[in-house]
Design a binder for this molecule. Sequence first.
Ligand code: B1M
Length: 216
Amino acid sequence: MQNEELFKAMSQSIIDGDADIVATLARHSIEIGIDPLEAINQGFVPGVNFVGDQFSCGDMFLPELVMAGEAMKTAISVLEPEMSKRGTERQVYGKVVLATVQGDIHDIGKTLVGTMLSAYGFQVYDLGVDVPITKIVEKAREVGANVVALSALLTTTMVRQRDVIEALEDVGLRDKVKVLVGGAPVTQEWVQQIGADGYSEDAVGAVNLAKKLLGV
Ligand code: B1M
């Protein structure tokens, strides 16, 4: 199968919500030496984006969104070990407390960001999804985090990123950590509005930004 053909099949397997085919195609891409991040970005993500678009215009419904999300998680779980292996930089650059903010259960992009940060030399404390502000702040204090990384996929939950920054200020931690935000609705304008230190549109960008913010 040519790469283009494989990417199309990957996208379709997400649209169909067929986790078995997703896993087979993901394993095949590893066998033929495709970069796992390329498989995600060019193969599987177009499928999940298609389902998202169809959902917003009412042509697909919640069950399809759920199945596409589960299928996407299968793809990541097959490709994740390969991504980790490819991260060759072994020094520890810093500690990152990572979470999807309260009220938001989207975890695919956040997990991908965590995988890449770990692969490229950060110690990542992934608190999961729907994480309360206090839990994020407490963990940052407990581990002496250098970076707090906050994912939000909903326009209604982006505000929690600002709440975390305010809570870090309240407990005197704001000047000790860099705050990195991300997720589909996040923009540079939002970063400025809430006083975050930066955002990136994807997982590789998050690694580069974290390194830049820490000067490593
Ligand atoms: Co949801 N959902 N969803 N959903 N969902 C979106 C986000 C939506 C845009 C779909 C749409 O309408 N077009 C829409 C939000 C609209 C808005 O607010 N503007 C939406 C909605 C409305 C909802 C519900 C409210 C639906 C409902 O119940 N009526 C509900 C909300 C539940 C909640 O959170 N409280 C809901 C639920 C779900 C599922 C559970 C079914 C499932 C998630 C499964 C899971 O995560 N385990 C789901 C899915 C799959 C999606 C879409 C289709 C795909 C998201 C995804 O995984 N993308 C999404 C539409 C879309 O984005 N096209 C949609 C792939 C992933 C690799 O990309 O997450 O963007 P992404 O992450 C990227 C970058 O954003 C960035 O790097 C990642 C890797 O490149 N990034 C960071 C992310 N976090 C970062 C952090 C960083 C840096 C970069 O630093 C800290």
